[in-house]
Design a protein around this ligand. Structure first.
Ligand SMILES: [Zn+2]
Length: 269
């Protein structure tokens, strides 16, 4: 057993604790619990606490709550989405890391190549198979997200997955062999049948639902007529920046790209 894994029952470490249940995090008085393991609710588990980094000079430990159907006392579980919308970016980032790593360790206990049990590597975040030397790292899936401008208009789509009538930027996962710019061109063509150019990188956001890396761009419309892929979108339109629909919440990279594109369009007028 590696030193990255310590037995929960024998843990003497003080630090910040991420107690994960599915995609939820346990908070005490609105914060991640800090101290020794006594700050956590008592529970029976053979799970191990995993040291997943440092934060504000303290080690961060992650452990999974053993029973998805039972609730501990003295606190509540909060979904990652709730934490994101709370606007506490540091808490959201740390919680997202905990949930992603919990998922990784839970789904990589056995080797995908030979089926033997894997062990946690000591000096990096990875699992390793001593039988066939296969090594796995936490999966991060790059995907592009793009705001497309056309004159004083912005291209926005409505997805069946979106809440209510929210319209947002187009997004899609990168495929093997593609650059991020290739993904932008392909996804926009596939989803709405348009050709874009002047693709410019803006920023990125780790998106732990469940393990995406959203890479954000602004692009200009080049040519074509909107032809919606209804498997992906229920609607897509060019909206005048003075008559926009309901937009994604602040704190999302989609909203950041939309706000920046609106500013650029207004400056060009
Ligand atoms: Zn193996």
């Amino acid at each position: 057993m590696s030193e990255l894994y310590i037995s929960f029952s024998s843990s003497q470490g003080k630090g910040t604790w991420i107690l994960v249940r599915g995609d939820q995090i346990w908070l005490k008085d609105g914060n991640l619990p800090t101290g020794n393991k006594d700050v956590l609710p008592r529970f029976e588990s053979d799970a191990n606490a995993v040291k997943v980094g440092h934060w504000q000079g303290r080690p961060v430990w992650m452990i999974e709550w053993p029973d998805r159907n039972s609730d501990p006392e003295m606190g509540d579980f909060f979904s990652l989405r709730t934490l994101m919308e709370s606007g506490d970016d540091a808490l959201f980032q740390l919680a997202g890391r905990g949930v992603q790593l919990a998922t990784f360790f839970r789904t990589h206990r056995f080797c995908g190549q030979c089926g033997a049990r894997m062990r946690v590597v000591q000096d990096e975040l990875a699992t390793h198979c001593d039988h066939c030397q296969h090594r796995c790292y936490p999966r991060i899936s790059p995907s592009m997200i793009v705001a497309v401008k056309k004159g004083k208009q912005l291209l926005l789509g409505h997805s069946p997955r979106h809440r209510a009538e929210v319209y947002s930027t187009l997004a899609g996962f990168t495929e093997p062999g593609e650059s991020m710019e290739d993904t932008v061109r392909r996804e926009v063509m596939e989803e709405v049948g348009l050709k874009v150019h002047n693709i410019r990188y803006i920023s990125s956001q780790n998106w732990p639902f469940p393990h995406s890396m959203m890479v954000g761009f602004i692009a200009d419309y080049h040519s074509g007529e909107i032809d919606i892929d209804f498997n992906e979108l229920s609607d897509a339109q060019f909206f005048d920046v003075d008559a926009l629909p309901l937009l994604p919440p602040h704190g999302t990279i989609a909203r950041q790209l939309i706000d920046l594109a609106i500013t650029e369009i207004r400056q060009q007028q």
